[in-house]
Design a protein. Sequence first.
Length: 291
Amino acid sequence: MAVTVKECLELQLLEVEMLLSMFPKRGELSLDADAVPSIQHYLRNADGALPPQLEYRITLDIAEAKVKVELQVLLPHMYPKVAPQLFARSDALHRQQQLQLNTRLASHINSLDSGDLCVCEAVQWVKDNSLPFLENSKASSEHASKEVRVKEMLHRMWIYSHHIYRQELRKKIFDCAKKLNLTGFCLTGKPGVICVEGLQENCEEFWHVIRYPNWKHISCKHVENIETEGTIDNLRLFDGFEDLQFQAHGDYGLRNDYHMDLGQFLEFLKQHQSGHIFQILFGVEGKLADS
């Protein structure tokens, strides 16, 4: 008998309820206040539009290492019939150790019986298996600290999208940039442009998070890497993560299908020493009206 979306969502709510009982303290399990109510509303009115996918974060204390590991969870509507999207991260892990940890986690989840709830199992696996990766990361850090000069790399990504409108998506972009200490901007409208700058592993995690599960009309057009023997903060072009909304050319009704004023956007790029990016993003050389 085929499993329905409604049945899957009911199971997801049961699992969240169980997790909340396991992690009752403030900050241990973080999810949007509207997440559960929106699913409950759908279950009462199943002929309406599907609710947003359930997304939450669980912060785990790895007592032996005295550090925290965060498990990010994104559930497709048909989970547990299909696999969840899981990503473990920690400020104490270097990029390579974090990649290895998530590769092992994915392999373990894929080995479980299909169709079973598995977030609780993933939580236990991360708690039981994070320590070796954390110890390797600490050893790498201690070795690096013995170097006379430690170089850092600023990573800057220029991301192009056909459009960016949805409030839910914009919130995800801004929350993720803030969490990962990334500066840059998000240009809302049509086209949509995102720039993030910071540590490479943080930029790559941002790219991984925002493009999942199926943002089709998005691409990373250009990447810049700048090495420094000081702090990368001195190389940033942006002070924070800005919300850009320029005057639009026309408004075409309820779809909000409007084009942003690219002349104003070019001026903004030039003010931030990035005028050359205009041609990379749009394939044409940018010219201001008075030039």
